[in-house]
Design a protein around this ligand. Structure first.
Ligand SMILES: Cc1cc2nc3c(=O)[nH]c(=O)nc-3n(C[C@H](O)[C@H](O)[C@H](O)COP(=O)(O)OP(=O)(O)OC[C@H]3O[C@@H](n4cnc5c(N)ncnc54)[C@H](O)[C@@H]3O)c2cc1C
Length: 373
């Protein structure tokens, strides 16, 4: 394809939703990915589709994204493993239960329905959770999915609408163009950078950094956990950049396996496992779901979240480079937020009003320095 309307760099969950959204609007789209589509941050993710409320802007974007996921779900193939299991936020103390009530009020304003469970109701909903917790907050509209299969489906749909996907790495960009590693320059109407945690390597001064996370998956067993379980303390771990941290996060897969997370640390793109952190993560998980201690882990891995200093994604035009759009910085929410991100990018490129207020996501907004974050 010579001179496409849009060149999308990166075929992870964000690039795939964006490419499809643009192709659906009749634009000629070329997608370039230097690796395996869906094999970056997307391939390492848990696949929890979850509403978070760290800020009103994040809550509005999440609520819009979840509406899009629920609409898309009936058309997804079985390989997408879309499971409307809902989230159960666990309150380990009375203070956290008070936080659950606060969260319920905030979610209600955004139209997200929830249910506060006391300790007895929590025990009935999830008998494997250790006794002694204060309760929880159930968010029935949240879901679970298998991200790599969804990326494949989205790209197939975009290709059916005329998009082209090529396996090439980009080494540099300029207004309306990108240079491949073989030296070829591709020209396009506009360029969308959706290269996940590597986006900062292509766009100088883009405030996105990799934040490593560990996950483990257990052997198969009859399903005895019914929701994605997350401790309310997870919010603190997710939204303060700082040092290494772990938080309880357990997900039932349709295979009967359990995905156990999660950790956060700033170590650049360092490969390998941090065994000490992994041990802390598993100890935390077994303290809340004691039955986990008796299950066999069959695989563990790490991935890199594209993090920003203010914990909000970077979605919009990048004024320093004309005709360049940014779609990254989603940290641990990029699977969830991908369809909403695509909607903002499509609206921006076509000059239409955004479906949710977008100023908070402007990539060139004032940002705390990493040291202050
Ligand atoms: C352990 C872990 C658990 C997570 N769990 C969840 C979760 O449960 N829910 C959730 O919502 N989010 C979760 N996330 C976050 C989520 O995975 C990311 O926010 C999301 O995948 C980002 O998608 P992306 O498309 O922007 O990036 P990526 O998936 O990384 O895609 C970027 C693509 O760009 C390509 N690329 C990079 N550089 C170049 C280049 N120079 N030229 C060409 N191509 C290039 C890469 O090959 C890659 O395919 C998790 C992340 C981790 C690490």
């Amino acid at each position: 394809m010579t001179h496409p309307d849009v060149l999308v760099i990166g075929a992870g969950m964000v690039g795939a939703w964006t490419a499809l959204g643009l192709a659906e609007r009749g634009l000629r789209v070329l997608v370039v990915d230097g690796g395996v589509p869906g094999g970056g941050s997307t391939g390492a993710a848990m696949g929890h589709l979850v509403v978070m409320d760290d800020s009103p802007a994040q809550l509005a974007l999440c609520a819009h994204a979840m509406m899009r996921w629920r609409t898309a779900a009936p058309e997804l193939p079985p390989s997408a493993e879309y499971d409307p299991a809902g989230t159960l936020w666990l309150a380990c103390s009375d203070d956290e239960l008070a936080e659950a009530h606060r969260k319920q009020e905030v979610y209600a304003v955004a139209g997200v329905s929830t249910e506060v469970l006391d300790a007895v109701a929590l025990g009935q909903a999830e008998p494997l959770v250790a006794p002694g917790l204060a309760g929880g907050l159930r968010v029935p509209g949240d879901a679970i999915c298998y991200p790599p299969a969804i990326v494949r489906t989205l790209l197939e749909r975009a290709i059916a609408l005329g998009a082209i996907v090529i396996n090439q790495a980009v080494r540099a960009i300029r207004p309306g163009g990108a240079q491949l590693t073989d030296g070829t320059w591709l020209e396009a109407g506009v360029v969308v950078v959706a290269a996940g945690p590597q986006s900062g390597m292509l766009v100088p001064d883009l405030p996105v950094i990799p934040r490593r996370g560990h996950l483990v998956i257990t052997e198969r067993a009859p399903r005895r956990i019914h929701h994605q379980l997350v401790e309310l303390g997870y919010l603190h771990s997710a939204h303060t950049l700082g040092g290494a941290s772990v938080a309880f996060n357990v997900q039932p897969r349709v295979t009967g396996q359990l995905l156990v997370g999660s950790s956060r640390e700033l170590v650049g793109f360092a490969p390998g496992l941090n065994r000490e952190l992994l041990a802390m993560m598993l100890a935390r998980a077994s303290a809340i779901v004691p039955a986990l201690a008796g299950m066999r882990v069959i695989r563990s891995w790490t991935g890199f979240r594209p993090a920003t200093p203010d914990a909000l994604p970077l979605i919009g035009a990048w004024p320093a480079l004309e005709r360049t759009w940014i779609a990254t910085g989603h940290e641990g929410l990029g699977i969830t937020l991908a369809p909403a991100t695509a909607d903002l990018i499509v609206a921006g490129i076509l000059g239409e009003p955004p479906p949710v207020p977008s100023a908070a996501f402007a990539p060139d907004r004032p940002m705390p320095t990493l040291a202050a974050a």
